[in-house]
Design a protein around this ligand. Structure first.
Ligand code: CUA
Length: 380
């Protein structure tokens, strides 16, 4: 009893005409994505290796995606029109019922499988190229994300560089990124490379800038209320320049050397540069507990409490410094003795507890150190 079922329909000339039209549109799409300039897919011209490889993968995906889209949507429209309900159909007619077409099933399995295999081979190849095949002996630069700016560190440059980041064209770069507070993400669209800046974790990207120029740096992880300022792509208020905008400047090697030497000098003379510590052993004899207490209030109490070790302000609490069984060593790992306390006061400290300026930076004379050691030793 199948009288209300439409008779089986063979695909006639209309189908093949539609297929030809869709084929032409798909080929036009493939040609377009193969040769379109980068700006057509809203990215700036590529300015670093291996950015061109990433663009090739993107072009492949756009071209194949366009062809797929054209055929899928094209056939949906064609079949909806070709097999629409006709006036002559019975009111309760149902369409052609097709199942178990092995030829069709075979092809719709083989074609997507081959496509995905090709896509995964290309992806793994480029991933390998980005992660492992880049030169690892390049200029090592670090970038830290802060709320809300990027800072940079260069070899042989004191402290951090803020504002513009400079790199020389043609030289491989190993860029290590991390964060000083929350999660940020470092992205230079013209390089096509992006790395999350995660506190406590160092992520590395390797690349070679190829074209001198100025390229926007963009934070692509929401990092607080002023996240938007960490993007040179976003303008500031009232048409003003975004006050937080930071740029990556790719210089010619000669220009980079000029900038590098200038920043070395500038940062060496910066106010946060640590003066050289005094050397020589401090004579602790005659240290005065009362004078030491006064000096402690003036110079040390902003960062240290007279309290147990665990009560940190910036540095640890200093009560019972010399006989705390749970902390027999000072933060520098040395055994707590008056001489070692004097040494830390003299040379300063930098480590997982933060940073303490040395005696020159703190304005401590040898007499002050002797007094402080006497005072700290007196606290039980
Ligand atoms: Cu830093 Cu978003």
């Amino acid at each position: 009893m199948v009288e209300n079922r439409a008779s089986a329909v063979t695909l006639g000339r209309g189908f093949w005409t539609a297929t030809a039209v869709l084929g032409i549109i798909a080929i036009a799409g493939i040609v377009f994505w193969t040769f379109a300039p980068e700006t057509m897919y809203m990215l700036p011209n590529v300015a670093a290796q291996p950015g061109a490889d990433i663009d090739r993968l993107l072009r492949f995906m756009l071209a194949s995606g366009t062809a797929l889209y054209v055929f899928v949507v094209g056939y949906i429209i064609y079949f909806a029109v070709a097999f629409r309900v006709r006036k002559t159909d019975a009111p309760d007619a149902i369409g052609v019922q097709i199942h178990d077409n092995h030829v069709l099933e075979l092809w719709w399995t083989i074609i997507p499988t081959l496509f995905l295999v090709v896509l995964s081979v290309l992806s793994v190849q480029i991933w390998y190229n980005i992660q492992l095949a880049q030169p690892s002996n390049g200029l090592v630069v670090e970038s830290l994300g802060h709320q809300w700016y990027f800072s940079f560190r260069y070899p042989q440059v004191h402290g951090e560089v803020t504002g513009e980041m400079h790199l020389p064209a043609g030289q491989p770069v190993v860029l290590n990124v991390t964060s000083a507070d929350v999660i940020h993400s470092f992205w230079v669209p013209a390089f096509r490379l992006k790395a999350d800046m995660v506190p406590g974790l160092i992520n590395t990207i390797r690349f070679t800038p190829t074209t001198p120029g100025r390229y926007p740096i963009v934070c692509t992880e929401f990092c607080g209320t002023r996240h938007g300022e960490m993007s040179a792509l976003i303008p500031g208020e009232n048409g003003q320049a975004n006050p937080g905008a930071q740029w990556l400047v790719v210089d010619t090697p000669a220009d980079f050397q000029k900038w590098y030497h200038a920043i070395q000098l500038k940062n060496a003379n910066a106010s946060d540069a640590l003066p050289t510590a005094s050397t020589g052993t401090v004579n602790l004899a005659g240290g005065d507990v009362k004078l030491g207490a006064t000096t402690f209030q003036a110079k040390c109490s902003a960062c240290h409490a007279i309290a147990p070790f665990t009560q940190r302000i910036v540095g640890p609490g200093l009560k019972g410094l010399l006989d705390d069984p749970s902390h027999p060593n000072l933060v520098d790992g040395d055994k707590a003795t008056p001489d070692d306390i004097a040494k830390i006061l003299q040379t300063g400290y930098k480590g997982d507890m933060g940073q303490m300026p040395n005696s020159v930076a703190n304005g401590l004379t040898d007499k002050d150190i002797a007094n402080l050691v006497a005072y700290l030793s007196s606290l039980k």
